[in-house]
Design a binder for this molecule. Structure first.
Ligand code: CP
Length: 298
């Protein structure tokens, strides 16, 4: 694998290989982790806790050097273009970039402009977040062992969510047929593809195996919408009463960061059906698998 820009560049077999590799990293223990020579850099033009830190840990655990570029202190502040910053880092020996930016597909353009470096998309605007999807697929596989007979409900601010975009593609690729989106009109994408839509959350949750709750992305919402979603909390916040419509062994996921009390109650987020911190933990091992696939011995 040269880059990881979108989940759609992978296929079912490749996803399974990456999940198996992540599983092996967990079960084998650190003594048998491969050690990879090389230096990479991370550039996060949007905030991050999970993705940024898990890549740092993943790189460290594989013996790689990861340089966190301090964007406030870099020469971009003096007017240097991003492409020149990256070319400069590449000239110093940086082999790959972990890149998050609000501009959709900028990472694709940069991967073409700097053809000898590898790029990992750590989230581009509302478009894609492939390593989050691999993390989520891994977490679902751990809990449910299969994908095809699951009812997966994706709930909340789907319109602004790169997590939802990539996860829908990933679930379809893995064979999940019953994907149900539940959101008010102002958070529902116009064309969500080959999925079911159910505005009533109580109905959507019936017989659900997996519930993926999404953050209300205030930073991407136009201010005129602020008044519209006054009803949101009452109708769509995931609480224990609504969740009781789902199967008894349902798992609750959230990519984070969570807005407690907005899209999810603390009792659900911290309850026994929640796998939210498992997602966080799995994210480190999935990102190790991705780094190994791109930079490890072929
Ligand atoms: N899920 C996710 O991308 O979280 P961060 O923004 O904290 O990286």
């Amino acid at each position: 694998m040269r880059h990881l820009l979108e989940i759609s560049q992978l296929n079912k077999q490749l996803v399974e290989v990456l999940i198996s590799r992540a599983t092996a990293f967990i079960t084998s223990g650190s003594k048998s982790w491969p050690q990879i020579q090389g230096a990479i850099a991370s550039l996060f033009y949007e905030n991050s806790t999970r993705t940024k830190i898990s890549f740092e840990l993943a790189a460290r655990q594989l013996g790689m050097s990861l340089i966190n570029v301090n964007l406030e202190r870099s020469s971009e502040a003096k007017g240097e273009e991003i492409v020149d910053t990256l070319k400069t880092l590449e000239a110093m020996g940086i082999q790959g970039f972990i890149f998050r930016h609000v501009k959709e597909k900028l990472v694709h353009q940069l991967s073409e402009a700097i053809p000898n470096a590898s790029f990992i998309n750590a989230g581009d605007g509302m478009h894609a977040h492939p390593t989050q999807t691999l993390t989520d697929l891994f977490t679902i596989k751990q809990a449910k062992a299969h994908f095809d007979k699951l009812r997966v409900v994706i709930l909340g601010d789907i319109l602004h969510s790169r997590v939802a975009n990539s996860l829908i593609q990933g679930l379809l690729m893995m064979g999940t047929k019953d994907i149900c989106l539940s959101a008010p009109d102002y958070f529902m994408p116009k064309d969500a593809g080959n999925v079911n839509i159910e505005k009533s959350l109580d109905k959507a949750l019936r017989e659900a195996d997996v519930v993926v709750c999404l953050r209300v992305q205030k930073e991407r919402i136009k201010s005129s919408l602020e008044t519209v979603f006054e009803d949101y909390v009452g109708d769509y916040r995931l609480d224990e009463k609504k969740l009781s419509n789902a199967k008894p062994d349902v798992i609750v996921m959230h990519p984070g960061p969570m807005n407690r009390g907005v899209e999810i109650t603390s009792s659900v987020a911290d309850g026994d059906k929640s796998v939210i911190l498992k997602q966080v933990k799995n994210g480190v091992f999935v990102r190790m698998a991705v780094l190994d696939a791109i930079f490890g011995k072929k």
